[in-house]
Structure formats: structure tokens, C-alpha cells
Design a protein around this ligand. Structure first.
Ligand SMILES: CC(=O)N[C@H]1[C@@H](OP(=O)(O)OP(=O)(O)OC[C@H]2O[C@@H](n3ccc(=O)[nH]c3=O)[C@H](O)[C@@H]2O)O[C@H](CO)[C@@H](O)[C@@H]1O[C@H](C)C(=O)N[C@@H](C)C(=O)N[C@@H](CCC(=O)O)C(=O)O
Ligand SMILES: Nc1ncnc2c1ncn2[C@@H]1O[C@H](COP(=O)(O)OP(=O)(O)OP(=O)(O)O)[C@@H](O)[C@H]1O
Length: 453
């Protein structure tokens, strides 16, 4: 319960978070965005400097007024610094938001910090968490209007999902761009294969200061990373004159981990359809109509995505990394929920020997993973705070795998597992909540139809 105490202690003070400025440096070699934030703890000021940089090439044109989108990238990036002391007052000194925009960001901060609120045992309601005020009411932004091409940018995370999108779309869009921010080795390997279509962006947090605050007992936790990718990718769409930003978020990202204080706590909030719908509306209302953001894989569940990966993305079997823990060392850690979950999703579609070579072991035979296994497969357990799918998806895959053993000895984790007899309803829903333009839906459908269930 210490964090709640820390939260109360921090909120008792009249602390303020300040978005001081953004700066655009556009020279021959690079476009650099610099952001300056401050935490004002009753007069004691800490400055934070955050930076994004992009190498220039002939495909980029900076021939438009980009203040609007850059200011908004700064609003999304601020959350990494804001979360340190979560002050109620958030003062914006470099731009103006109207009431609807303030409410929009209050919702993003509240839900995007849901896991943080839960794990720090914080008791706060959406309208109490953060209060935005602007001190420069004359600094408003016009919407950006420019001509974009029928092309796509696919943000690449290094895991299987964005690779599926790329593989399914590359024939229709031979000039598709792949964008990776601070690419891990797995993403770099993919970008290197298509250097003329690679967009690599360097993101520099003021990490030393964040870590210093962490050490001093200030608050820490998960932030809505995908919302940051979202605003940055809209900027890239404008720079590269590209109409579509194609995310690879699946239907199960909509499911919460737990309900806490009436709040749906979802680790993947900014990958959910709720966020996607809000984001699309915000972009078209306040930023631009010329770049469109949607998730290509939204109609699918994880089972179909895994089978698409196993069928169409074989060349990446030994390079993709979905594990966030091991990604910095370019390995599967073999111990985290994401490793176990990815293994379970793929185990019916990739040969056992190959899968064990990819992961370095038969993960289903690792007795130490029993607790995680239960967390993923039992509906009364707390779903891990990671990018993992639903209990139904996990149980569908496990039951199918279980039955495939017939006479062979079961691996440790399947020995005590009771396969589920109720038929699992696979969630392919092209008419449900998704934002796929018609031609993307057609491409997705035709590839899913090639799968063999
Ligand atoms: C790689 C990773 O998963 N990191 C999460 C982890 O952070 P950790 O301390 O283990 O290492 P670092 O990532 O190096 O962070 C060091 C400190 O810096 C802070 N920080 C980091 C990135 C950032 O954008 N802002 C920051 O303030 C961080 O708090 C540390 O103090 O645990 C953290 C706390 O739970 C997570 O916040 C880190 O997550 C990263 C932001 C990250 O990139 N995560 C994505 C891989 C991720 O979780 N994606 C989700 C998408 C969900 C969404 O709604 O966006 C997913 O795949 O489900
Ligand atoms: N560093 C990054 N740069 C650009 N886009 C990213 C980055 N990290 C994540 N993304 C985007 O966010 C999406 C969600 O990330 P996530 O890790 O869930 O997916 P993934 O890496 O494609 O696959 P997997 O679920 O197997 O890890 C990715 O599909 C990608 O579009």
C-alpha cells in the first residue's frame, strides 16, 4: 500500500506538470523534434528534455506547417514524465486545447495509465486525475491539409503481428513503408531487408532523470505506448505523404485484465478499438483528414493471426521476437507471459522441433511456468499485464494441442490440463467493430480463406 500513500503525499502538495515547449529542427540531414517539460514541486523545478530524430531522405518532404501534429506528439510523450508525480494540474504553455480536446486527453491519461493506477493501488476517478489548462490561448492550430498517396506505413514492433500485416499487404502495396522506433534487433533485421522503405526513428527519453525519480520512490508503471506510436505515425504519414497508417492490433486487445474501482484496467488500452475509434475521431477533427489510422488485424483473433504468421511469414521464424523482456538482448526470455502465450498460439501450426528451436526449449514442458500457465488459461486468474490474448484463445489452442498427443507423453504443463469440450467460437468478424477500408478487408478475407482450420 506504499504507492497509494506516495500518491496521496504527492497530491497533497500543489505540484504542477508543465509542457513548456516543442521545437522543430529541420536541416539538411535530419528532422529533430525537441520537447521540454517541467515538474514543479512547490517551486522546486525539474526539467525534462525529450527528443525524436529522423534522418532525412528524398522521400520526406517537410513542406507543410507541422506545429499542430508536433505539439500533439508532445502531449502524448508527456505521460512518461507526468506519471512520476501524477499532479492534478497540467499546464500547457505552448498550445491551446479546447474543452473537448482536454476531455479527450483526460480520458487517454486515465485509461492509458489504468495498469499504473491499479498496480500502485491509487484511488482516483477520471475527472480527478488530471486537469489541463493552457496559458497561451492565442496559440491555436489549423488543421493540416496536403495531398497523400495511396500507400501505407506499417509500424513494426519486432513481433509476429506487424509481420503478418506486412506479408499480407506487400503485393498490393509494393512501396509500403515499415516504421520502427528505436528498433530492436528483430525489427532492424526486417528493416534491413527493405532499406528503401524503412523508416527508423530515434526516440530519446530523459531516462536518467526518470530512473533517478524511480530510485527516490516516486511513482512508476506502464504507459500507453501505442498512443505515442499513433501520434508519431500520423506525423510520418504527413512527412512521407502516405495516406494509411496500418496497425496490427487484434480483437483480443479490447479485453481488460481486471475491473478495479469500476475502471476497466487494460494493459493494451491504446491498442483497443475504443482507443482506435477515439484516436481516429480526434485526428480527423483536429489534425488532418489526409492520413488515416486503423488496425488491419482487428477482425481477427490471435488464433487466426498465429496461423497466418505460420503460413505466410516463415522467413521470420528465427528472427521475430515478441518477448518484451528479452527483446533488448534479442532473445526469447522463455519465462514471461508473452513467451508462453506466443508459444501456445503457434504450437498447433509450427512443427514441434522448429518451435522448440525458435524458443530454445519446449516451453510447455517447463514446470516453472505453471503459475503463468494458470494465469493464461483459467478464467478466474488475473490475466497477466502483457500483450496476451483471451482465455478462450488460450484454451482453444491448448485443447487442440492436447488432443494431438494421443499416445505420446504429454509435456509437463499439459499433464494436469483438462481440455475444454465446449466448441470455441473463433472470432473472425469482418462486420464487427473495425475501421478497415474496403480494399483492406478484401485482402484480409482472401488470405484468411486460404487457411485450413
Ligand atoms: C520494454 C518494456 O516492456 N518496458 C516496460 C517496462 O520497463 P523497464 O523498466 O523494464 O525498461 P524500459 O522500457 O527500458 O524503461 C525504463 C524506464 O523508463 C520508463 N519509460 C520507458 C519507456 C517509455 O516510453 N516511457 C517511460 O517512462 C519506464 O517506466 C522505466 O521507468 O516496464 C515499464 C513499467 O511497467 C513499462 O512502461 C515499459 O513499457 C515500455 C513503455 C514499452 O515500450 N512497452 C511496450 C513493449 C508495451 O508494453 N507495449 C504494449 C502496448 C500497450 C499499449 O497500450 O500501448 C503491448 O505490447 O501490449
Ligand atoms: N518500437 C516500435 N516502433 C513502431 N511501432 C511499434 C513499436 N512497438 C510496437 N509498435 C506497433 O505497436 C503494435 C503492437 O505491438 P506488439 O508488440 O503487440 O505487436 P508486434 O510486435 O507486431 O507482435 P507481437 O504481439 O507478436 O509482439 C505493433 O504491431 C506495431 O504496429
Amino acid at each position: 500500500m506504499v504507492p497509494m500513500k506516495k500518491f496521496q503525499e504527492l497530491r497533497k502538495k500543489s505540484n504542477t506538470f508543465i509542457y513548456k515547449s516543442y521545437e522543430i529542427i529541420d536541416n539538411e540531414e535530419k528532422v529533430i523534434l525537441k520537447f521540454h517539460y517541467q515538474l514543479d514541486e512547490e517551486g522546486e523545478i525539474t526539467d525534462f528534455f525529450h527528443q525524436l530524430s529522423l534522418d532525412k531522405n528524398e522521400k520526406i518532404s517537410t513542406d507543410f506547417a507541422m506545429e499542430n501534429i508536433v505539439f500533439h506528439i508532445g502531449m502524448a510523450e508527456a505521460i512518461s514524465y507526468y506519471k512520476i508525480a501524477v499532479p492534478k494540474e497540467f499546464v500547457i504553455e505552448c498550445g491551446t486545447l479546447n474543452e473537448a480536446q482536454k476531455l479527450w486527453f483526460a480520458k487517454l491519461y486515465f485509461n492509458g495509465l489504468g495498469e499504473f493506477i491499479y498496480l500502485n493501488s491509487i484511488d482516483v476517478k477520471q475527472d480527478e486525475l488530471v486537469h489541463f489548462t493552457s496559458t497561451c490561448n492565442d496559440k491555436t492550430f489549423d488543421k493540416i491539409s496536403l495531398k497523400t498517396q495511396e500507400n501505407i506505413i506499417i509500424p513494426i514492433g519486432g513481433g509476429k503481428d506487424s509481420l503478418v500485416s506486412y506479408e499480407l499487404l506487400k503485393d498490393e502495396f509494393p512501396d509500403a513503408f515499415m516504421f520502427s522506433m528505436n528498433p530492436i534487433v528483430a525489427s532492424e533485421d526486417i528493416l534491413k531487408k527493405h532499406p528503401e522503405h524503412a523508416i527508423e526513428l530515434k526516440r530519446e527519453l530523459d531516462l536518467k532523470k526518470i530512473l533517478d525519480f524511480n530510485e527516490r520512490g516516486y511513482l512508476n508503471g506502464h504507459i500507453p505506448f501505442s498512443s505515442i506510436v499513433g501520434f508519431i505515425s500520423i506525423w510520418l504519414g504527413l512527412l512521407y505523404k502516405t495516406k494509411y497508417i496500418v496497425l496490427s492490433n487484434e480483437s483480443s486487445a479490447n479485453e481488460e485484465n481486471i475491473i478495479y474501482n469500476g475502471q476497466r484496467i487494460n494493459h493494451q488500452y491504446s491498442k483497443s478499438i475504443e482507443f482506435e475509434n477515439d484516436f481516429r475521431e480526434y485526428i480527423s477533427s483536429f489534425i488532418t483528414d489526409d492520413v488515416e489510422y486503423f488496425s488491419f488485424l482487428r477482425p481477427l483473433d490471435e488464433i487466426h493471426i498465429a496461423q497466418l504468421f505460420a503460413t505466410f511469414a516463415k522467413e521470420y521464424f528465427f528472427t521475430f521476437r515478441s518477448c518484451n523482456v528479452g527483446s533488448k538482448r534479442n532473445e526469447w526470455c522463455g519465462k514471461c507471459p508473452k513467451c508462453l502465450f506466443t508459444y501456445i498460439m503457434l504450437c498447433n501450426y509450427i512443427d514441434d522441433a522448429i518451435l522448440q528451436k525458435i524458443f530454445g526449449k519446449d516451453i510447455l514442458d517447463d514446470a516453472q511456468l505453471q503459475e503463468l500457465f494458470d494465469g493464461l488459461s483459467q478464467s478466474d486468474a488475473l490475466k497477466p499485464f502483457e500483450c496476451v490474448g483471451t482465455y478462450d484463445e488460450v484454451n482453444y489452442a491448448l485443447s487442440k494441442k492436447y488432443h494431438s498427443y494421443s499416445q505420446r507423453e504429454l509435456p509437463y504443463l499439459l499433464k494436469n490440463y483438462k481440455p475444454k469440450d465446449t466448441p470455441y467460437d473463433l472470432h473472425v468478424n469482418y462486420n464487427g467493430q473495425n475501421n478497415l477500408p474496403k480494399k483492406f478487408k478484401k485482402i484480409l478475407k482472401s488470405n484468411v480463406e486460404k487457411l485450413n482450420f
